[in-house]
Each structure stands twice: as C-alpha cells, then as structure tokens.
Design a protein around this ligand. Structure first.
Ligand SMILES: *Cc1c(COP(=O)(O)O)cnc(C)c1O
Length: 403
C-alpha cells in the first residue's frame, strides 16, 4: 500500500521544490536574542524573530522558570479541569486579565488553540462571523470549525466591513474578528472604526493581539490601548510565544461569561494538556516586568522609529506601519531571496517573503525590531541594507536625497 502513496508524496515534494517554495530550517545553537550563533559558527544579528521585547533569553524569566521547576516540577500530565491547574496557572490568568483590563482569562497551549477553540462553543448556525481577509490561519481554521455563517471583508476596508455587516443583519448574533497587527505589512487594524461599525450594526468584536501585545500602545497593551479602547472589545486572544517571552502558550481574555463558557466547552482546553508550571511562572514574571516599568516597551518603540525613519530616508520603500514589523518592499520574488542571502553574508538575518505568503508582485523583506537590539545593531543592519540595495540596483548609487 505504501509504495504508490510514497511516490504520490514525492511528487508533491518535488513540485514544492520546483516552485521554489520548499522550506528549510536554519539551525541555531545559541539562545534566542539580538545576536545568535548559527550551526556553521557564524554569528548573525537576528531581525526575524517575534522576540519584540527581547524576553526570549531574558535572565529574570529564566530564573522564574527555574524556581518553578523546583517548586512545581516539570509537567502536569493532565488537562486543566482534571488535575492540571496550579496556583501559577490561576495567577497568570488573573494577571493577563488585569494587564488588558478584561474580566477573566483562559490559557491554552498556544494561540493557535485559543483561536481554534473560541468560535465553536460560542456561536451556532444562527449567528455570523465577519472576518478580515488577512486574518491569521488559526482564526480561519477556528471559523471553519464553527457553524456560524461566514462573511469576509477586505483587509482593513471599512466600507466592505459595513457591507458585510448589513448582509449579516439576518443572523442572531454577529462577531467581527480581526488581527490587531497584520503580520506581513505590520499595519494596525482600524479598531476605532471597527467598534463604531459594531455599535451601529449591533455586533461584538474580537481582536487577536498576537503581534500587537507587548508591542503596540504606549505601555504595550495592544491596539485597544493604541486607540484608547481598553476593555471595550468582548474578546482578545494572544500568544505567550512572541513578545510575551517567546516560549509557548496562548490565551483568550475578555467578558467573564465568555471565558466561563469556554472553560466548559472549548475543545483545545478540554482535550489538550495544561502548559508547564515553569511557563506560567515565567509568564507571571513577564507581566510583572511589563507593569513595573515601561523600559522594554520604550526601547522597542525607539528602535522601531529609528530603524524605519532611517530606512525611509535612505530611499527604501517601506509599508506604512505602527508596529515593530517593517516590510521593505522589493516586489520581485527572486530579488527578495537574493537580497536576504546577501544580507546573511553581511551578518544580518532576515527573511524574504513572496507569493503565496504575500500577494503576487508584492515580495518583500520583513524586518522585525526588538527591544534587545542595540543602536549599533540597527546601524549595522541599515548599512548592510544600503550596501546590498545599491549592489542589487534597488537604491540609486548616488542618491539625491541625503542619508
Ligand atoms: C503567531 C500568531 C498566532 C499563533 O500563536 P501561537 O501561540 O504560536 O500558536 C495566532 N494569531 C496570530 C495573529 C499570530 O500572529
């Protein structure tokens, strides 16, 4: 039986390779951070991690995790509602709710699970979900698992959202769902207008703050803070795997009845293991750090502004952004790959994205800034971008504008 299936798989693998879409893993032998060591021994500056606050290798989080290893052991060997809940899990849930000024929080093994388990318990075929076209894959999968009627609006297009809300008036309850920051452009969802439309058309709002929590808003509380709308959306989902420490874990936080029902009915919560206590302990420490001082958030904002303003001044075409994602537009797929390869030789690790990850003809390099970057790191990256930009003909050799 396996032989025909094997050749069927090999055909697909070959097609992926022929299309130039085969993904390889690059092996790192150091902790995650601004500077990392590759298996080859090469030390590079990392500009492609979601390590926005530089907490992935943070000593205080490591210490909190080690202390919890001693006090609570390694694993829970249980889902939450059987015997997988420790005081650390409960404390982290309370702290996350306080951080976002919501009523309650439920933890998951990942935000993929939070999004996968949020729609189906809450909404039925009588209801409607109105979803941004660029929402994360986990939202798309979560919506697929739910029987609600689906509506889709073009990315951040408020006229289209209004059209879809009008169509959705037939249903009983309506939930608008959007990423807070869209990962490929770095643009922020227009949450103020979304909430205005939600009020006009009697809908609820869910924001996935995975790329915005810790990043956007003066104190890193996400897009609800950026627009002065904290506590005004029904549901927020997020990850502990990006700015919030970078290990593993996700959460849904919001109205208390919603969280209460998710604890009864959400399948990834009921049927998947509880996060290790050491991850919860590091999470608690992370929230304490972010609440005690704004140093990391300020550093991230300063670094993002510095990098983006200098790259724009040099003449690069940068997508408008208010996040820590900087999309350097190159448009051509091969150019994006050549550019990234040349940058790696200069010791700058970034990723080039092209179709189907981004629309055809919209290839780019995505740079992700971090509080862990020093100004020297940013300057080195900017210099390398300028050098390769000239070498590959993206920038004029003798720019009219000063740098
Ligand atoms: C990264 C991401 C997720 C997945 O988070 P994990 O905790 O890694 O599963 C979900 N939604 C968005 C918008 C993301 O960017």
């Amino acid at each position: 039986m396996y032989t025909p299936f094997q050749s069927h798989l090999n055909d697909q693998l070959n097609e992926i390779k022929k299309a130039g879409l085969y993904k390889n893993e690059r092996i790192i032998i150091s902790p995650q951070g601004a500077e990392i060591t590759l298996e080859s021994g090469q030390k590079v500056l990392n500009f492609c991690a979601n390590n926005y606050l530089g907490l992935s290798g943070n000593q205080q989080l490591c210490d909190a995790a080690k202390a919890a290893l001693d006090s609570h052991g390694y694993g829970m060997s249980s889902v939450r509602f059987i015997c997988g809940t420790t005081n650390l899990h409960k404390e982290l849930e309370r702290k996350i709710a306080k951080f976002f000024r919501t009523e309650d929080t439920i933890l998951y093994a990942a935000c993929f699970d939070a999004n996968g388990g949020v729609f189906e318990p809450l909404l039925t075929s009588e209801d409607a979900i109105i979803s941004d076209s660029l929402n994360h894959a986990s939202i798309i999968d979560g919506v697929r698992l739910c029987k609600a009627v689906r509506y889709r609006y073009e990315n951040a297009d408020m006229d289209d959202l209004e059209n879809q809300l009008q169509l959705a008036q037939e249903q009983r309850f309506r939930l608008i769902v959007t990423d807070g920051v869209f990962s490929m452009d770095g643009n922020v969802a227009p949450l103020r207008q979304i909430i205005e439309l939600a009020e006009k058309y009697n809908a609820m709002v869910m924001v996935d703050e995975s790329h915005s929590a810790g990043v956007v808003g003066e104190t890193g509380r996400g897009v609800t803070e950026l627009y002065g709308l904290m506590g005004q959306v029904e549901i927020i989902t997020g990850t502990l795997g990006k700015a919030f420490g970078g290990a593993i874990g996700g959460f849904t936080t919001g109205k208390k009845e919603i969280i209460e029902l998710l604890r009864q009915r959400s399948r990834p919560y009921l049927f998947s293991n509880s996060i290790p206590p050491l991850v919860a302990a590091a999470g608690i420490k992370m929230v304490e750090m972010m609440t005690g001082t704004n140093e990391l958030q300020d550093r991230l904002h300063r670094n993002s502004e510095y990098f983006i303003s200098r790259m724009t001044a040099i003449g690069f075409d940068i997508k408008p952004t208010r996040s820590a994602i900087c999309a350097v537009m190159l448009y051509d797929a091969k150019l994006s790959q050549d550019f990234a390869a040349e940058l790696l030789k200069e010791g700058i690790y970034v990723t080039g994205f092209y179709f189907p990850v981004v629309p055809k003809g919209q290839a780019r390099i995505r740079v992700q800034l971090s509080a862990a970057h020093e100004i020297e790191h940013l300057d080195k990256a900017i210099k390398a971008f300028e050098k390769i930009g000239k070498k590959l003909g993206v920038l004029p050799l003798n720019p009219l504008k000063g740098t």
